[in-house]
Design a protein around this ligand. Structure first.
Ligand code: CA
Length: 256
């Protein structure tokens, strides 16, 4: 992916100190292995906790927030697949399965039950650390993409929250129909650009709709009424279309 510039490696050690430590839960009943992994993770700057059985692990996974969970499959009290299966409906914490059983069925079963990655024992600790970093990067990127989708569009004191399809002026919520909303969104995303009636009809009403050009004019007229505050002006460009612009002082507004 072209946008992966921000790995921990490229940011260097200082940036790890500047943000909260990332927390990793280790659910592993082989004590020596668990402690070894913990030592290495702490050395890399992560905060860790170990649970030595599935039930305690599930509880810790449910009740606290973790950036990654390292999960053994063969565990006393509750096996790893079961931990995964019970956790997933409640939390989507990234999980890396650590399995000694190199059977395709175990791995597929783990991934089917919501694990994000797996590593086969015995593994080199560097490989585990690389998997953890890769998973954290992936989560970062996904979060970033979610944020982009949520972006708001603003124009003067008007705000559109695209994800919720909410239009506000300051704190005041403005009720718009679906068409009015879509029309306003296009205008606000193209400030000072003249949009033809045809473009608006295609984008807001769709290509196959049989609406007349009047529909755009009518919707614009209703929008003007709902937004009228003397500042927000949907300008008519005669014989062509509309644009959203700011009203000049004392300029007389020509509506259609
Ligand atoms: Ca085990």
């Amino acid at each position: 992916m072209a946008c992966c510039y921000y790995s921990n490696e490229t940011l260097g050690e200082n940036s790890m100190e500047n943000r909260d430590k990332q927390r990793i839960l280790i659910i592993e009943d082989e004590k020596n292995l668990a402690r070894f992994i913990e030592l290495e993770l702490k050395h890399e700057g992560y905060e860790t906790e170990i649970c030595y059985n599935g039930r305690a692990g599930l509880e810790a996974a449910m009740n606290q927030d973790w950036d990654v969970i390292l999960l053994d499959l063969m565990l006393p009290e509750l096996n790893g697949i079961e931990v995964c299966r019970r956790l997933r409906p409640i939390k989507d914490t990234p999980i890396i399965i650590m399995t000694a059983r190199d059977s395709v069925i175990d791995r597929v079963s783990g991934l089917d039950h919501g694990a994000d990655d797996y590593i086969v024992k015995p593994f080199a600790i560097e490989e585990l650390l690389a998997r953890v970093r890769a998973l954290l990067r992936r989560i970062d990127i996904e979060e970033e993409q979610r944020k982009v989708k949520q972006t708001t569009v603003t124009y003067r004191d008007l705000t559109i929250e695209k994800e919720n399809r909410v239009v506000r002026r300051g704190d005041e919520h403005i009720e718009l129909t679906k068409r009015e909303y879509e029309l306003l969104l296009i205008l606000m995303e193209n400030i000072n650009v003249v949009l033809s009636r045809d473009v608006l009809l295609n984008k807001v009403w769709g290509y196959n709709s049989a609406v007349e050009t009047r529909a755009a004019d009518d919707t614009v007229r209703r929008l003007r009424k709902k937004l009228s505050d003397g500042k927000t002006v949907i300008d008519t460009v005669w014989g062509f279309g509309f644009r959203l612009k700011e009203r000049e002082t004392n300029e007389h507004h020509q509506g259609s």
